[in-house]
Design a binder for this molecule. Structure first.
Ligand code: 5AD
Ligand code: SF4
Length: 440
């Protein structure tokens, strides 16, 4: 068998999952085919994340585990890229710790991967190339997508916000917006190919266009995309509450293709902590945005990200977070324990919170969030919801997909409905997922 194979291991968020699709696109172009196991690959790529320490530890563990394989398979190429390598000194540290790694690249030179692999194939010495400065936004290689009927589309890169806990602005650089005509063309061609759900990606989609003197903006981009009247769903993430505007809410209200689900990370409930986080809004201001959204779009649901154990967080501060979960009526929340990231402002703050206190708070928060999510699930019982079927679960013998609000639903079907919108009557709604039957 002459074919060459790649295996990509991805850590972190959807942004990274999509970036792995771009890496896959480059490797496919070079003649590599995907394979499910590192053992069968000619090149293994680690697309890393460093937003929290555990994501980094996870990658370290997995890279280390390949040492044996590399010994027995000298021609195997091992490449490490993504956010982790962008941290100062990290590339050198990686090379020292794992001398068997062949290529180290960063987030800014993703487009250079082909060159780096070709260079490594020509020489013995490893290739380490991590750029400090942002690269040009290139539209070079077509991503190799594996998430049909869903597709991710970047609308911007980087972040200018410098929330004090967050490493993203350091490893992904300043905000750069893609040209609207490129985005619209990509979405149109995805719809031509039969994709049914498009998710627009950016660290803060509300500042889309700010780097182009306001020549274009996010609500207008949504409006432009929705000129296409074919049946599809449009989602976006993430919205920073400080920039969440009435015009954006209007754009959602005007266009039924846009899902009535807004992900609006709040992070914390205490005004003092929000200020220390540099979030630029208060508990009341956040709730005002939630109210504005619900008033204009009553069937809108809101999800959020919440962090516990930020430096100096007291029990009273934490209580405010719980109050906010109650008041905002989130349909679900992604919850995190604050992780100290070297190089950020918060890492140097006094009053880092002990692990046992953090653990106790996250458990209480998760239990509140879960009980709310279960309550919301119950409201689905007996209802008919439209589900976009994503896959077939061979083990369980059922199809699965999501409704507009991102709820997973399972249902049997005699025909293959992957990629189709189906109406499902919900018969069971325990926990977070739904079970039902197709109705015609
Ligand atoms: N520790 C824990 N969680 C973090 N996030 C960002 N930085 C950190 C950190 N240092 C969370 C935020 C953000 C989500 C993507 O990750 O809640 O919204
Ligand atoms: Fe990080 Fe804040 Fe930027 Fe989000 S908005 S990526 S939390 S700095």
């Amino acid at each position: 068998m002459n074919e060459k194979h790649y295996h990509i291991i991805t850590y972190g968020c959807q942004m990274n999952v999509h970036e792995s699709e771009k890496i896959a696109g480059t490797l496919k172009k070079m003649g590599y085919e995907p394979v499910a196991d590192s053992e069968d690959a000619d090149i293994v790529v680690f697309n890393t994340c460093c937003i929290r320490e555990n994501a980094e530890n996870h990658a370290y563990g997995n890279i280390g585990a390949l040492k044996k394989l590399k010994k027995s398979k000298k021609d195997l190429l091992i490449a490490v890229g993504g956010c982790m390598t962008q941290q100062p000194g990290k590339a050198e540290e990686l090379k020292k710790k794992f001398p068997f790694v062949d290529i180290v690249f960063g987030t800014h030179n993703l487009d250079e991967l082909q060159k780096l692999v070709e260079l490594k194939l020509k020489r013995k010495k490893s290739v380490v190339d991590v750029w400090e400065k942002e690269g040009e936004i290139s539209e070079k290689d077509k991503p190799f997508r594996t998430s049909y009927p869903n597709a991710w589309v970047n609308i911007m890169y980087g972040c200018n916000n410098f929330c004090t806990y967050c490493i993203v602005p350091y490893v992904r650089g300043r905000e750069r917006s893609r040209r609207p005509e490129h985005i619209v063309a990509e979405v149109r061609s995805l719809l031509d190919e039969g994709y049914k759900e498009i998710t627009l990606l950016g660290q803060n989609v509300n500042s889309y266009g700010n780097d182009a003197d306001g020549a274009f903006n996010f609500p207008d981009l949504l409006r432009e995309i929705c000129q296409d009247k074919r049946k599809f769903r449009l989602r976006f993430m993430t919205s920073n509450p400080k920039d969440f505007t009435e015009d954006l809410v209007a754009a959602i209200a005007e266009n039924p293709q846009i899902c009535r689900l807004v992900h609006l990370p709040v992070q914390a409930g205490s005004d003092r902590i929000l200020q220390k986080m540099n979030r630029k809004y208060t508990f009341d201001e956040y709730l005002d945005k939630v109210k504005m959204l619900r008033k204009r779009i009553p069937d809108c649901q809101i999800t959020t990200d919440i962090m516990v154990g930020f430096p100096t967080e007291t029990e009273e501060d934490f209580q405010k977070t719980l109050d906010l979960v109650d008041a905002a009526d989130f349909s679900t929340a992604f919850t995190f324990v604050y992780s100290r990231r070297s190089g950020t402002v918060a890492a140097e703050m006094e009053g880092q919170i002990p692990e046992d206190v953090q653990k106790d708070r996250i458990m209480r928060l998760v239990s509140l969030v879960n009980s709310k999510t279960r309550e919301k699930s119950k409201e689905y019982l007996g209802k008919i919801v439209e589900i976009l079927c994503e896959d077939y679960d061979g083990k369980k013998g059922v199809y699965l997909g999501r409704d507009e609000y991102g709820r997973m639903g399972y249902f049997p079907s005699s025909e293959n409905v992957v990629g189709k919108f189906v109406n499902v009557k919900i018969t069971e709604a325990s926990g977070v997922s739904l079970t039902g039957e197709i109705v015609r």
